[in-house]
Write a protein that binds this ligand. Structure first.
Ligand SMILES: [Zn+2]
Length: 76
């Protein structure tokens, strides 16, 4: 199976703009990430939950389209 990487960006839970984390800082559970746009504090754990959900659906969509292609190839 070929390598497929997915980009999942963290989005502010309040205004939906992409969050720019401090690259030098490692975030971990319990941390708060301040949105540079609306200045609300985003809970790291909640962001990870959302990112995981988004990742799941991306993978699922990719798998579905691949299966679709495969079936079309075989059953023309
Ligand atoms: Zn925001």
């Amino acid at each position: 199976m070929e390598d497929q990487s997915f980009t999942i960006s963290l989005k502010c839970l309040f205004c939906d703009c992409p969050l720019e984390g401090d690259i030098d800082k490692e975030y971990s559970s319990g941390d708060m990430l301040k949105c540079q746009n609306c200045e609300e504090l985003n809970d790291y754990d909640a962001l990870m939950d959302v990112a995981a959900d988004e990742g799941d659906s991306l993978v699922a969509n990719y798998a579905n389209s691949e299966i679709d292609k495969m079936l079309k190839k075989h059953f023309k």
